[in-house]
Design a protein around this ligand. Sequence first.
Ligand code: F6P
Length: 359
Amino acid sequence: MKRVGILTSGGDCQGLNATIRAVGKTLYNHYGADNLEIIGIIDGYRGLIYGEYRRMKPDDFSGILTMGGTILGTSRQPFKLMRVVDENSVDKVESMKKNYKKLNLDCLVILGGNGTQKTANLLREEGLNVVSLPKTIDNDLWGTDKTFGFQSAVDIATNVIDCIHSTATSHGRVFIIEVMGHKVGWLTLYAGIAGGADIILIPEIPYDIDKVVKTIKARTERGKNFSILAVAEGAISKELAALPKKKKKAVIAEMKYPSISYKIADEIESATGQETRVTVPGHFQRGGSPDPYDRVLSTRFGVAAAQLIIDKDYGKMIAMRNNKVVAVPLEEIAGKLKTVPVDCEEIATARKIGISFGD
Ligand code: F6P
């Protein structure tokens, strides 16, 4: 009997169920329902720590391709606290190892983003057989060109920018659409280009508010009565970026605005006199059905992960490189963030058609 555990961890995204489905279907097709037991771990690593799980049946992997969220539930279990004994005096790592052994697992399939991959690597170091899959709307996982969830979130954020475009034009307003991404700007960059934003602000390129204002004024002079800004949650001004880490954190914590977009809006309105509004789609970007691209990507990834299990080729994360699905050793990718290179082709392209990055 082959026994495989599966969990989803960290912030959810589109394509989690599509990936779970592909893993389950491939394994059942290979081993047959009588020779395989899949254990669904509830709410990510928390379920593994506290021994919360359910035995799954082949039917659980049907009818979930288009379903948003995760049928297993998820939770955030910060990597930096993994070695810290929790409020119930539980040693998390020891407890996860104990439950893995108690369930008699041959392997654990882990779907998650950056923090999740770090813990997956930790479990590998602790001797567990793990196979992981890259999920996140942020597309910030090192070692893979694409994560599932990203394209669906780009679609949603682009749709928001499209809708805002028409109302911005009618009213002659400046609009900021705040796109998810605290540390990296992939989602903002792609949605910004796709939505025809005039200005894109991402964490990797600190902005100068005077340059932002100059771009808006230049548009007004050219007879454009509106401007659209795609601003990442983690967009940062040049002055703030220049501060030491601790001081920077303190300044952000003391900011009187709900988020950076509102501060930028205030500054634009004072400098231009033009009405400036903010739209924050927030978790809307992570919800609902995966788009066709993500359904295909999730299926390709899930099938490849199942193949690693069949081959007993553990300790790896499935990744996409040059449109080929590959497996990369967890120790190569864990703990590395894939930020937007400031000299990447997408940014150069955007600049060539006149999109400003506020620098
Ligand atoms: O990592 C995915 C993500 O959606 C980020 O883009 C966003 O900044 C963050 O999670 C939001 O986290 P939470 O769901 O915990 O509010």
